[in-house]
Design a protein around this ligand. Structure first.
Ligand code: ADP
Ligand code: MG
Length: 259
């Protein structure tokens, strides 16, 4: 066996308080480079809040976040995107009037934008756009939207929008891809397609996934973190998590896991 993969992300005692309410309370775990790491837990467990702390849309009240050992706790979203953190959100953040291709292209150019801002010439910028367009087309093929380039995002079905969100996130060339309930509202066939897409992502994209669909979680994940009422219950292999009595009583044993 080779050495275990290094940690890409480390959460150290991370909390998010809303007033006196602790939506995320002293949570610590690590995400290995290349992992397919799922975060599960009942509604209100603090999963989306935790993702906000990692992506930077929310500021941590306490604790710290390290990407590759570098403290990113206080960095704004765009700096984190520049370091390779990309997120799709539980509530969509697409530009609905823009076409499918334009949505992906805008994300790709944002990622390339640091170069443009530091004074690249016009020809180089045109090259950047051509390269980004080619890449956007490849990504749309990968997520299963190869024939929808010129359609406004507003005209996509619910499932297609989620596919587009994944393409938009991938366009920023993430090292860490955060997916918050990507299968929410999808048909079984769309969920199956998305599962295959995530499974086929290259190993240099580490995936941190919140998902209610436990079939999808246990099919994809090599590591599972369970949260409950803002707390970290456990992190382990899917088998360990399934076998945990604490997890059973907090979550898996309940019949109502959705909504
Ligand atoms: P999950 O994604 O696990 O369902 P959330 O992270 O969305 O949970 O929410 C965790 C808890 O924090 C919930 O009780 C929710 O009502 C609360 N919460 C989330 N965002 C806010 C906010 N901006 N202000 C106050 N409370 C919030
Ligand atoms: Mg949520």
């Amino acid at each position: 066996m080779s050495d275990p993969a290094p940690d890409l992300l480390e959460l150290r005692g991370v909390s998010k308080h809303f007033g006196s309410f602790r939506a995320v309370d002293d949570v610590g775990f690590t995400v290995r480079a290349g992992a397919r790491h799922a975060v599960i837990g009942p509604n209100g467990a603090g999963k989306s809040t935790l993702f906000g702390l990692v992506s930077g849309t929310l500021a941590a009240t306490t604790g710290s976040l390290l990407l590759d050992g570098r403290d990113v706790t206080r960095l704004p979203v765009h700096r984190r995107v520049g370091l390779g953190i990309a997120a799709t959100f539980q509530h969509s953040s697409l530009f609905l009037p823009e076409t499918v291709l334009e949505n992906v292209l805008l994300a790709a150019l944002r990622r390339a934008g640091a170069g443009a801002r530091t004074g690249l010439g016009g020809r180089r910028r045109a090259g950047t756009r051509a390269a980004a367009t080619a890449r956007a087309r490849t990504l749309l093929e990968r997520v299963g939207l190869p024939t929808r380039h010129d359609v406004p995002a507003a005209e996509l079905s619910h499932g297609e929008r989620r596919q587009l969100e994944v393409a938009v996130a991938l366009a920023t060339e993430p090292r860490l891809l955060l997916l918050d309930e990507p299968a929410a509202g999808m048909s079984p066939a769309e969920t199956e397609r998305l599962t295959r897409l995530i499974a086929a992502l290259p190993d240099d994209v580490t995936v941190l996934l919140v998902e209610h669909d436990l079939d999808m979680v246990f099919e994809l994940a090599d590591t599972v973190t369970v949260m409950h009422l803002g707390n970290h219950l456990t992190t382990g292999t899917p088998d360990e998590v399934r076998a945990s009595a604490e997890v059973q009583s907090a979550y898996l044993g309940t019949t109502e896991v959705t909504s």
